[in-house]
Design a protein around this ligand. Structure first.
Ligand code: BG6
Length: 475
C-alpha cells in the first residue's frame, strides 16, 4: 500500500528575491529585499535607506536564476519534481507598486518561466508576496500601515491571476504572514514594510497592517476565483509549534496563548473572522484599529482553499512570574531550550515529530487540505572535486518525510504536497548568506558573491530523486 496519494505534489520551493538576481533587469523596481545587506549568523542584515554605494546586497544577484532558469528547470525535471514553488517579484510587474499599468517585460519573464516548467510537466505554485514588496510603497506610503496598499496589492493580484490563469493553479497570497506577530523590526519590515517611528506602538501598528493584508488576501481569493474557479488559493504560515516547558498548567496556558498569538492570522484566513480572545485583547489595550463592517464581510467571503505552511523547528515556552492574566508576555522572552532535541548550526531545533504534530494541529483546527511549502536544513556544505556529500540533509528530509507518512497513514491528514525549501542553493532570507545552504543542487557562489555560478548535484539530489520516483515509499 502506498502512503502518499498518487498525485502527491513532490516539489521544491524558492522565492524570487532569493534567487533571481537581475534586480534592475527590464524595468524591475527596487524591492524590500534590494535594500537588505549581507549579514551572518553573528551579524544581522542591515536595512539601508535605499540602495547605498559600497554596501553588499546579495539579493541583487541571487544565483542569477533570471538568466539560468532553463538549465535549472532541466535539473528539476531530472529530479522528477511535480511542482515548483516560487514567487512573482511584485517589482517586475509594478516596479514602484502604484503605477496604472504593469510592466510587460516583467510579465513576459514569468510567461516564459512557467512555460518552461510546464514543458516538463512541472506545475508552478506561486506566492504573490514573499518579502519583496516595492520599496517605493514603504517610502511613499509607509508600507502596510496604509489602507491604500490593499488596492495596490489587489491590482497586482488581478493582473497576474488573469495573465497566468491557464498556467498556474496553486497560489498563495502572503508568505509567512504571521512572522510579524513576533514584533521584531526585521519581520515588521519583511512582512509589511513597517518601520516603527518613535512613540508608535509596534503591536498596534502590526495589528493594523496585518488587518489590511488579511483584507487584501481575502479580496485576492475572491478575484482569483472569479477569474478561474479552479484556482486553489492558500494562506502561507510559518509553523513552529510552541510546547509547554513543564506540566505546570501556567506553562500549558502560556503555550496555548503563544500558539493563539501566532496563528490568529490563520484563524482569519481559514475561518473568516477574528478570534474572541484577540478582540478582547484589543479592547483592553484600547487600540483604535481601522476595521470596518465591510472589511469583516470581505474576510468572511474570502477564506482560503488550503493551508500552505513552512516548518523548520519547534519551540518551548515557559510562563514568567510577571505573566498578566492575558499571558501575552512576548513569546521570545519566554522561550527556553529543549534538551530532547539537537539544533542546526544556525541554532534551529530539529524536530521531525513536531511536523506530525503541526499537521494534526492544523487539521483539528481548520480541517483544510495542507501543503508543506517549506522545510529543510540550512547547513554548510563541503565541495570537493565536484562532489557534495550531505548525509545530514538526507537524514533531516528523511526523518520529516517519515513523519508526514505517519500523519497521512495513521492520522488521516489531508496532505497534498511537499516542497522542501531552497531546492537549489540560494541567498538566505534571515542572514543574507550563501553558505547557509538548503539545496539538493549546489551553486558555486560564496558569501562575498564570488564563484562561477555553476550548478552541481549533491548526494541528496540522487536520494530525493529516488524518493519521488517511488512516491515516498523508499526513503
Ligand atoms: C522562511 C522564508 O522563513 O524560511 C524563506 O519563507 C527563508 O524565505 C526560509 O529563506 C529559511 O530561512 P533562512 O533565514 O535560513 O533563509
Amino acid at each position: 500500500m502506498t502512503t502518499f496519494p498518487k498525485d502527491f505534489l513532490w516539489g521544491g520551493a524558492v522565492a524570487a528575491h532569493q534567487l533571481e538576481g537581475a534586480w534592475q533587469a527590464e524595468g524591475k523596481g527596487v524591492s524590500l529585499a534590494d535594500v537588505m545587506t549581507a549579514g551572518s549568523n553573528q551579524t544581522p542584515r542591515k536595512i539601508t535607506a535605499g540602495v547605498q554605494a559600497g554596501e553588499n546586497y546579495p539579493n541583487h544577484t541571487g544565483i542569477d536564476f533570471y538568466h539560468h532558469y532553463k538549465e535549472d528547470i532541466k535539473l528539476f525535471a531530472e529530479l522528477g519534481l511535480k511542482c515548483f514553488r516560487t514567487s512573482i517579484a511584485w517589482t517586475r510587474i509594478f516596479p514602484q507598486g502604484d503605477e496604472a499599468k504593469p510592466n510587460e517585460a516583467g510579465l513576459k519573464f514569468y510567461d516564459d518561466l512557467f512555460a518552461e516548467l510546464l514543458k516538463y510537466d512541472i506545475q508552478p505554485v506561486v506566492t504573490l508576496s514573499h518579502f519583496e514588496m516595492p520599496y517605493h510603497l514603504v517610502t511613499e506610503y509607509g508600507g502596510w500601515r496604509n489602507r491604500k496598499l490593499i488596492d495596490f496589492f489587489t491590482k497586482f493580484a488581478r493582473v497576474v491571476f488573469q495573465r497566468y490563469r491557464q498556467q498556474v493553479k496553486y497560489w498563495m497570497t502572503f508568505n509567512e504572514i504571521n512572522n510579524q506577530a513576533q514584533l521584531d523590526d526585521w519581520f515588521l519590515f519583511t512582512n509589511s514594510g513597517l518601520q516603527v517611528q518613535p512613540g508608535e506602538d509596534a503591536a498596534e501598528l502590526m495589528y493594523q497592517a496585518g488587518h489590511y493584508e488579511l483584507v487584501a488576501s481575502a479580496l485576492a481569493v475572491q478575484i482569483g476565483h472569479q477569474i478561474n474557479p479552479d484556482f486553489q488559493i492558500g494562506g502561507m504560515f510559518a509553523m513552529g509549534p510552541s510546547y509547554p516547558a513543564s506540566p505546570d498548567p501556567r506553562d500549558v496556558m502560556k503555550a496555548e496563548r503563544t500558539m493563539q498569538a501566532n496563528y490568529w492570522f490563520t484563524d482569519v484566513q481559514c475561518k473568516g473572522k477574528y478570534p474572541a480572545w484577540l478582540k478582547q485583547y484589543w479592547n483592553r489595550q484600547n487600540y483604535q484599529l481601522d476595521i470596518t463592517l465591510e472589511d469583516e464581510d470581505v474576510l468572511k467571503a474570502g477564506t482560503v482553499d488550503y493551508i500552505g505552511f513552512s516548518y523548520y523547528a519547534s519551540h518551548v515556552v515557559q510562563a514568567t512570574d510577571a505573566e498578566a492574566d492575558d499571558f501575552m508576555t512576548q513569546a521570545s522572552d519566554t522561550q527556553v531550550t529543549n534538551p530532547t532535541l539537537q539544533a542546526s548550526a544556525w541554532g534551529w531545533l530539529i524536530d521531525p515529530v513536531g511536523l506530525r504534530y503541526a499537521l494534526n494541529w492544523f487539521t483539528d483546527r481548520y480541517d483544510l487540505p495542507l501543503f508543506i511549502v517549506e522545510n529543510g536544513l540550512g547547513a554548510v556544505d563541503k565541495f570537493a572535486k565536484g562532489q557534495i556529500h550531505d548525509p545530514y540533509r538526507i537524514a533531516y528530509l528523511r526523518d520529516h518525510i517519515q513523519q508526514m507518512a505517519l500523519a497521512i497513514a495513521v492520522d488521516g491528514v489531508n496532505l497534498i504536497g511537499y516542497t522542501p525549501w531552497g531546492i537549489i542553493d540560494l541567498v538566505s532570507a534571515g542572514t543574507g548568506e550563501m553558505s547557509k545552504r538548503y539545496g539538493v543542487i549546489y551553486v558555486d557562489k560564496d558569501d562575498q558573491g564570488q564563484g562561477t555560478l555553476k550548478r552541481w548535484k549533491k548526494d541528496s539530489f540522487t536520494w530525493f530523486q529516488h524518493v519521488i520516483a517511488t512516491n515516498g515509499q523508499d526513503l
